[in-house]
Design a protein around this ligand. Structure first.
Ligand code: ATP
Length: 236
């Protein structure tokens, strides 16, 4: 297992957002975490990144304990987050945003090679490399956020609702990119409201409700589960 969460309890003040979450992400896979608003999906991501401290439980990355590690150390360990809402720097250029993703690296040649890969994957970012991040469309900003995370050369990429607020054609593009990044060897943990698409590309899936994992299985099995179809897949 690349990442393992065991019985993670975490929250904000008196709010218990995670009430004992256990999940595993095998190396090379795409694992999807779905569930309604407020279920605790983003908190799970933040806890892995060290942005929220667990009150109980264990996180292991490559077999080593990760809980209590600071966010910059988590990035150094090989995990990158594409946060909900993208959070790119509006008043910095596209290229500066991308370089920020590599801020912990010093291998200039590797960084240049990865920048080229990002531009090959997202030609629109290269065309707009001098433009301020804030002037990009929603889809382009999402691509920039993904490109920035990839610039850290992570082994595990966490994506928090990458399709949120995007037009269907752009959503498809984003899911194609996720598949492509996974195909080139990066393991992916994907949080999505768009359960249908997420279950199509994932190998394994977890369903969260109010701080608990209520269902898990192969993505195809989860997609065929009547409770999941009723609650998250439009009841078809
Ligand atoms: P969404 O899809 O709406 O982002 P989610 O599944 O990602 O939902 P979380 O954002 O993890 O859910 O929220 C889980 C619970 O924690 C919710 O009850 C939410 O109100 C609460 N919560 C999240 N962030 C904070 C915060 N910074 N301070 C207090 N409570 C918070």
């Amino acid at each position: 297992m690349l990442l393992e969460l065991q019985n993670i309890v975490a929250g904000y003040g008196s709010i218990m957002a995670l009430k004992g979450i256990s999940l595993s992400v095998p190396e090379g896979s795409i694992v999807s975490l779905i569930g309604a608003n407020g279920a605790g999906k983003s908190t799970t991501m933040k806890t892995i990144m060290g942005l929220v401290s667990p009150r109980d439980g264990e996180i292991r990355f490559k077999g080593e304990p990760l809980a209590g590690t600071k966010p910059y150390q988590v990035v150094h360990e090989g995990i990158s987050l594409v946060p909900e809402g993208r959070q790119i720097l509006q008043n910095m250029s596209v290229e500066e945003n991308l370089y920020l993703g590599a801020y912990q690296r010093s291998d200039k040649e590797g960084i240049a090679a990865d920048l080229k890969k990002v531009y090959d994957r997202f030609p629109r970012l290269e065309e707009r490399k001098k433009q301020f991040g804030g002037t990009l469309s929603g889809g382009e900003q999402q691509m920039l956020a993904i490109g920035r995370a990839v610039m850290a050369r992570p082994e595990l990429l966490l994506l928090d609702e990458p399709s949120m607020g995007l037009a269907p054609i752009v959503v498809q593009e984003i899911f194609d990119v996720i598949k492509d990044i996974n195909g080139s060897g990066t393991t992916i943990l994907l949080v999505e409201q768009n359960a249908k698409k997420a279950l199509q590309i994932a190998d394994y899936a977890y369903v969260m409700e109010t701080g608990h994992i209520v269902l898990q299985g192969k993505a195809s099995e989860v997609a065929a589960n009547p409770q999941v179809t009723a609650a998250y897949l439009g009841g078809k």
